[in-house]
Design a protein around this ligand. Sequence first.
Ligand SMILES: Nc1ncnc2c1ncn2[C@@H]1O[C@H](COP(=O)(O)OP(=O)(O)OP(=O)(O)O)[C@@H](O)[C@H]1O
Length: 248
Amino acid sequence: MAETLLRGSDITQRWGGLVAVNAVSIELERGSVHAVIGTNGAGKSTLINILSGEFPPTEGKIELLGQEATHWSQAKRARQGLGRSYQRNTIFPDFTVFENCRLAAQAQVQRPWVWWNNAQKCKHSVTAANHALELAGLMSVKERFAGLLSHGQKRQLEIAMCLAIQPKVLLLDEPLAGMGAEETDRMLELLASLKRDHAILLVEHDMDAVFRIADRITVMVNGSVIASDTPDQIRVNADVQTAYLGGH
Ligand SMILES: Nc1ncnc2c1ncn2[C@@H]1O[C@H](COP(=O)(O)OP(=O)(O)OP(=O)(O)O)[C@@H](O)[C@H]1O
């Protein structure tokens, strides 16, 4: 039976009079990519921010690996196995690819004031960074300054930085944004390889990619879920076609 690693139940977020997320329930299972799609302003980023612990929901409950985590900080969620990538670029361009990953790993296990220690002194973070770079397919550019990477490689590095904390759940916010066809293919291959051991939430606007990679798709409109099903079922769902896909 599939193992649910993250569960959000009846999550609601109100901003004043606006209901940005309206009683949304979602489950992320190991071995599965669960995509959340919807038009601009549908509430996808708000949902991912709540799941990652940027702020607590107005209402609702979050369980991570079977534990109630609704009010856990982002740091605690990260320590317990939740990794998150952002729409915005979060890498240090003047550091090497390896150093970016090592810092991400070290931030989880050490106190902030020893962040800048010599890399070799923290064996755990060196090992975790190397493993993450291996998984993300970036070993060949390990010593390159991150700012010199291609756009696609920078997005791969962001995933590697998530992997450096050895998460079980990955929340990915538009990892394909701005990518060309080849870079998209490479990223989809990476996600397919990562899903074996992780539960992945993918918020993404690239519909072709979503339908290629997702095992389950949740469709949001104006804060509410209008459908949650397999890609084949979503493709033929009349409500989805009317509200969002325009006959995709
Ligand atoms: N901090 C905030 N304060 C007030 N309103 C907000 C805040 N954050 C988001 N909103 C509003 O909540 C709604 C949902 O926004 P959200 O960014 O979650 O949508 P989205 O589906 O991620 O959109 P996009 O695809 O454009 O990123 C929008 O109407 C947005 O303007």
